[in-house]
Ligand binder design. Structure first.
Ligand code: GLN
Length: 279
């Protein structure tokens, strides 16, 4: 199938309420990487004005972080047919990336620092609790080894190397996973709760993470995985993505890893080094 016939609709959850710490960059990254390859990409807002049919029409879902108050407003709106449509999309394998406040809402509940428990959509088997305003927030750079088996395997098949994510976290809430599998293992930083070494969650094709930064510009292979997975689901055939020049992103990753004094296993480091200079 020729690339100009391929269409991708990116659904962006509540752009005005949920885009803390540059998470809008995730939307831009997916859109640009699709456009650069000649696909027809467009972004629609899934907000108060959107309908359940709008949600059903999207091929990739992106949800950013939010402050506690905004999360409450979103949850009051994301009810009934809209909540059902979100649940169906994720259950049916629509790929998505959900950061910080978004996974808290996809989980069973979120208890903010002040006020009532906010019921989540219950799509992800996890709960999040903010221990109170006097508790230190989890803030800082984050490096994560992807351990969710299928995602790890698919990312490795795309890049030829073991996948590591580089990001930045800023959250008060602590997340405990139920039966859902973790996205990865914290190599540097705090992750889900600063205690059990897990970070994020992976369910069907939904990536949940505490990593802002935003996540995708520094980890462009994840954006490509989302695009490839969305195209495969939509067109029922495997579509190989053409290579893009990720030199700058690789340099940014390299600079951050160096600053954090994180040494990745040799093969990964070698490949990243090689790519960095090859362009
Ligand atoms: N309000 C949530 C928390 O503090 C999420 C914050 C965010 O999305 N950055 O845990």
């Amino acid at each position: 199938m020729s690339s100009e016939n391929l269409e991708l609709t990116i659904g962006w959850l509540y752009p005005k309420l949920m885009s803390t710490y540059g998470d809008r960059g995730n939307v831009i990254t997916i859109e640009r990487r699709a456009l650069w390859r000649g696909y027809n990409a467009r972004v629609i807002a899934i907000d108060q004005k959107a309908t359940a049919a709008d949600i059903k029409s999207v091929d990739i879902i992106v949800g950013g972080g939010a402050q506690d108050r905004q999360q409450e407003i979103v949850m009051r709106d994301l009810q009934g047919a809209k909540a059902d449509a979100m649940g169906e999309k994720i259950e049916n394998g629509t790929p998505g990336v959900f950061t910080c406040g978004s996974p808290q809402l996809l989980g069973k509940y979120y208890e903010p620092a002040l006020g009532q428990r906010i019921q989540g959509l219950g799509i992800l088997d996890l709960v999040s609790v903010h221990p109170g305003e006097n508790t230190k927030r989890c803030i800082g750079n984050l490096v994560v080894e992807v351990t969710a088996p299928r995602l790890e395997e698919e990312l490795q098949a795309m890049t030829g190397t073991k996948p590591y994510l580089v990001g930045f976290e800023n959250h008060g809430g602590r997340t405990q996973l139920g039966k859902v599998e973790a996205l990865g293992r914290v190599v540097y930083g705090l992750g889900n709760n600063g205690e059990d070494g897990t970070e994020g969650a992976f369910y069907q094709n939904a990536i949940a993470t505490y990593s802002h930064g935003p996540l995708l510009p520094k980890n462009p292979f994840v954006a490509d995985w989302l695009i490839q997975t969305a195209l495969r689901l939509k067109y029922q055939e495997a579509i190989t993505l053409s290579a893009l020049d990720d030199n700058l992103a690789l340099q940014a990753r390299g600079a951050m890893l160096k600053r954090l004094k994180v040494t990745l296993p040799t093969t990964t480091a070698q490949v990243e080094k090689k790519l960095e200079w090859q362009g």
